[in-house]
Design a protein around this ligand. Structure first.
Ligand code: FES
Length: 169
């Protein structure tokens, strides 16, 4: 269920943790520079950073979701549900979907024998999807180890993932 709403100071859920997170963002005056601190607190409060949480933070700090995903997947101390040494986020939002994101995803699943939201058996690669990375103009967009790239084709994505797996990010 999407939890994005217009006023960043409130959250529709009655979960107290959101209140605490909102208070932290308020303390930093919703500054984009506080992203890492906010993500830290979110992870402490929730245990890991799930998609809705990342989108809520992006919306509150007025940052493109791609930036928030990028930071959350780049640093090892942040964890999205299950995390391998490397992370690939395929945007499945409308713009990316119509430009072939489903094909990218299927290629990645087949190539690395991994399903969405899971990590390869060797813990090297986690495959994640997003609803919209805020980069629709360059659809289809994929974030590999924190770096967003657009106009992706199956070959380009596999190439980027291979680079990360074999040479680091
Ligand atoms: S739908 Fe993919 S970046 Fe917006």
């Amino acid at each position: 269920m999407p939890i994005i709403q217009e006023n960043p100071q409130t959250h529709p859920s009655s979960d107290k943790r959101f209140k605490m997170l909102t208070a932290t963002m308020k303390r930093y005056q919703y500054s984009a520079d506080a992203l890492i601190e906010v993500l830290h607190q979110a992870q402490e409060l929730f245990g890991y950073l799930e998609e809705d949480l990342l989108l809520y933070i992006a919306h509150s700090l007025k940052l493109p979701p791609s930036r928030v995903y990028g930071v959350a997947t780049f640093y090892h101390f942040f964890s999205l549900k299950q995390k391998g040494a490397h992370t690939c986020v395929v945007c499945m939002g409308t713009a990316c979907y119509v430009k072939g994101a489903a094909n990218l995803l299927a290629t990645l699943e087949q190539q690395y024998q991994v399903k969405i939201g899971e990590t390869t058996a060797d813990n090297q690669l986690s495959l994640v999807t997003a609803r919209c990375l805020g980069a629709c103009g360059i659809a289809p967009a994929v974030v590999v180890d924190g770096k967003v790239a657009g106009y992706q084709t199956a070959d380009l994505v596999i190439h980027r993932v291979e680079e990360c797996l074999h040479h680091g990010s």
